[in-house]
Design a binder for this molecule. Sequence first.
Ligand code: ADP
Length: 236
Amino acid sequence: MSFLEVKNIVKNFGGLRAVNDISFTVKQGEILGLIGPNGSGKTTIFNLINGFYPLTSGEIYFQGRRIDGLPPHKICALGIGRTFQVVKPLKRMTVLENVMAGAFLHTTSISKARSKALEVLEFCGLYHRKDMDAKNLTIADRKRLEIARALATEPKLLLLDETAAGLNPKETEEAINIILKIREIGITIIIVEHIMKVIMGISDRILAISFGREIALGTPREVANHPEVIKAYLGE
Ligand code: ADP
């Protein structure tokens, strides 16, 4: 049994086939990178895994259980958390309250949600910002908040969308360190990232897609040298 098994998934938006017969598995504990030019279907694959969009066809299994067709909150409660490419914190709340909103998935106790939130804020290096209004955070700290909010839902599998986009080199290095720390505590990760250095450096395996189809799947080295991948990126 695979940790996550994605089987022949297809997603149509009207006449557009955004995801076209994609299959892959994710092993527990690994980091799978998902790459592809803009508009190739990466975010849609995340939206299909976490139940935001229904599949046109195909099947998705998480820890042996079929999850396609379940609503997003059920999929999250089973242990699939995610971050978003465009960070939208609940702006009128503090950083701590934002993260507590994630923690309430597993508890109705305010004190338990608070202590879980403080624990993940510490983990993400954001503890000192806990009482700040989320809207006043820098981009780098918003990205940390987004990760902290997802971690507060206690995921077993975390879908990370463009965590390093818009960051300077030092902030990128810090983002990589957080991702590696998340893996160290046993959380499996699928990461979409445009910055090649980041994804090639941290992924165990990479799935490359173009126009909704798989073009390569393998180690970072295999994928980086794959002619279809080179062609897809040069043509972007
Ligand atoms: P990526 O994340 O690789 O940039 P997306 O998954 O966002 O690509 O988009 C894949 C394709 O699906 C694009 O052509 C995009 O315009 C289209 N698409 C994504 N979401 C929707 C939607 N909700 N309705 C219609 N088309 C969509």
